[in-house]
Design a protein around this ligand. Structure first.
Ligand SMILES: [Fe+2]
Length: 592
């Protein structure tokens, strides 16, 4: 059976598409890469789905079903009933919460009601179906019937994307994000092809919103700046005042956690969309955009990250207990927090942990298609060991672009070796090879590489290429054969989704690919099997320097998606201070 998986929901962004043939993943891509707008919020994945169908050699008429990763049918009855109940509950209990924080009167509903009503209208099955049909027509499928559309529950899709890609035959599955329909956290158990729902926590108790609220408070865009908050946290000192507030907002309970919605969801909001004025009463004014970071901001980041880790570990232990399993799968936007994932691993709460690298909403097209495939009798299980599911470009296409750009280049029969030599010589090298990787991290398909040994290299790459905050850490791509020498408690980690403590003796080898405050690294273990050319590059680098890893950052500049085509790569190369570009078999070098 051929299934086209889609997700395009305005609230979360990351529209994407994938194609499954008889349960087997053939292609996956995110729309942002094609339209060149980060996250592509509000777009329908027209380009992504056209690419996926072409890659699979299918027309729309060959697609049996379309799986959509958001359940519109919930908005007929379940969601309105749920909203009504939660608002009544808020009116009754909210008064007590407000009295506690010293705010008088009845809790206002304001924008929470408005956004609920807006969801009710825009996520009705008819509205969403219409949007999908229009999107398909826009993608060039002008005539012929549209295959039946099946709406899948959002958290089930997240869960499927983790469990079916984990290679486990049974596992606990923990999903946490902003929200999917009314759910904010859901625990499942996977066994064979079956996924069973065990527990759910609902709006307004959202860990995604909790983290996004403080991201916004610290002056960054919610749904985007979370990674900055996580990177800033290790620089913060503990601050009892801030910790008290954070604990009041997010309380740990026997059956999970509770978010005090007065701080986030309800109440007047004069400073932010994701937090109410109650937070300002306790913490003072939020940081304005571009304002310098202070110790207070760092302490807030620290307290928020620590709390998330505590709650994350608590929920993961609960999931393992409820599912009677020693294995854990994670998905949902909160699972992108590699420090939290690292903490779960460090504490040894499970024997094995698989974090879906497409844990955010972009991965939901895949999970929706997999969950539907399983329902229809296909077997969607496989062990995901790479993310190269996007478009590739041959040397002919690449050279045509280079000639058209009047760029000076040469062909090299030993591209990996030459690139390794340039990196060892201190050059910043663009690396564009094979199929584009999906997900938020570059994994050696569309990467910018540099020497991790040089402590200055972090600042150089930041200044000359990425144009981003100087304190943010870079990641490490390391040969899997040597990983155990470099970190404490090593485990399989091909996707940069888990932080590890770097062994003391190795810290001086990779100062630029490690967090300077807590000495953790967010590694990609590179395998010869799945990334032969990239593996060869790092092996050559090891031969030259003795260090089996390179600094790897995504091939893009700040605020742009990762490059997709050779043209994007050439534009980025000449628009930044990169020294060289290794694209297919071609090498471009700028004069020294
Ligand atoms: Fe989600």
């Amino acid at each position: 059976m051929n299934i086209l998986g889609l997700i395009a929901v305005d609230v979360g962004g990351h529209p994407s598409a994938c194609v499954l043939k008889d349960g087997r993943l053939v292609a996956f891509a995110e729309e942002e890469r094609f339209v060149r707008v980060k996250q592509a919020l509000g777009y329908f994945p027209s380009n992504a789905l056209r690419f996926c169908l072409e890659q699979a050699g299918l027309g729309l008429k060959d697609v049996d079903l379309i799986a959509f990763g958001w359940d519109a049918t919930a908005y007929r009855w379940r969601f309105p009933l749920f909203l009504a109940r939660s608002f009544v509950r808020h009116r009754v209990f909210g008064r007590r919460a407000r009295a506690r924080i010293g705010a008088p009167g009845r809790p206002p509903l304001g924008s929470a009601v408005l956004s609920g009503v807006r969801s009710l209208v825009s996520f009705q099955p008819r509205t969403l179906t219409e949007g999908i049909v229009l999107g398909l027509r826009d993608a060039g499928f002008k005539d012929g019937p549209v295959p039946p559309i099946v709406f899948m529950r959002h958290h089930l899709a997240h869960a499927a994307s983790a469990y079916y890609c984990s290679g486990f035959d049974e596992s606990a599955i923990l999903v946490f994000d902003g929200h999917g329909e009314e759910n904010t956290t859901t625990i499942f158990r996977g066994e064979g092809r079956r996924i069973e729902r065990l527990k759910e926590i609902n709006i307004p108790h959202s860990l995604g919103w909790f983290y996004s609220a403080f991201t916004e408070f610290l002056g960054w865009n919610p749904n985007e700046g979370e990674v900055k908050l996580m990177g800033l946290a290790p620089f913060g000192a503990p601050d009892p005042d801030v910790e008290r507030l954070v604990r009041d907002v997010l309380e740990i309970t026997d059956d999970g956690y509770r978010v005090d919605a007065d701080y986030l969801f309800y109440g007047p909001r004069s400073y932010g969309k994701f937090f109410s004025d109650a937070v300002v009463e306790r913490l003072g004014l939020p940081r304005g955009r571009g304002e310098p970071l202070t110790d207070r901001h760092r302490a807030i980041a620290r307290a928020v990250q620590d709390r998330l880790e505590e709650v994350g570990v608590h929920l993961a232990s609960m999931a393992l207990r409820l599912a009677s399993s020693r294995r854990l799968c994670l998905a949902g936007g909160v699972a992108l927090n590699c420090k939290m994932n690292g903490e779960m691993h460090r504490r040894g709460i499970a024997d094995e942990i698989f974090v879906q690298p497409l844990a955010y909403d972009g991965g939901v097209s895949l999970g929706a298609a997999q969950a539907l495939a399983a329902e229809k009798g296909d077997d969607p299980r496989f062990e995901m060991d790479h993310l190269f599911w996007g478009p590739a470009y041959g040397n002919d296409e690449i050279e045509a672009v280079l000639r058209a750009s009047r760029a000076r280049y040469r062909r090299s029969p030993r591209i990996a070796e030459e690139a390794a030599r340039m990196i060892a010589d201190g050059k910043i090298v663009g690396w564009f090879q094979g199929r584009m990787e999906g997900g938020p991290r570059a994994l050696g398909g569309r990467s910018i590489l540099a020497d991790p040994r040089n402590p200055e290299m972090k600042d150089l790459v930041n200044d000359r290429v990425k144009f981003r905050e100087a304190w943010r850490p870079f990641a490490l791509s390391i040969l899997e054969e040597h990983f155990a020498e470099y970190v404490k408690k090593p485990a399989r980690s091909p996707f940069m989704i888990m932080a590890f403590d770097v062994a003391e003796a190795r810290r001086s080898d990779i100062p630029s690919a490690m967090h300077s405050a807590d000495h953790t690294t967010r590694p990609q273990t590179v395998s010869r099997k799945t990334s032969p050319l990239y593996w060869q590059l790092i092996e050559c680098f090891r031969g030259l320097t003795g260090v089996p890893g390179v600094l790897n950052t995504s091939f893009n500049v700040k605020d742009e998606p990762i490059v997709c085509t050779p043209r994007d790569a050439v534009r980025c190369f000449f628009g930044t201070g990169m020294d060289a570009l290794a694209i297919g078999d071609c090498i471009l070098e700028k004069p020294a």
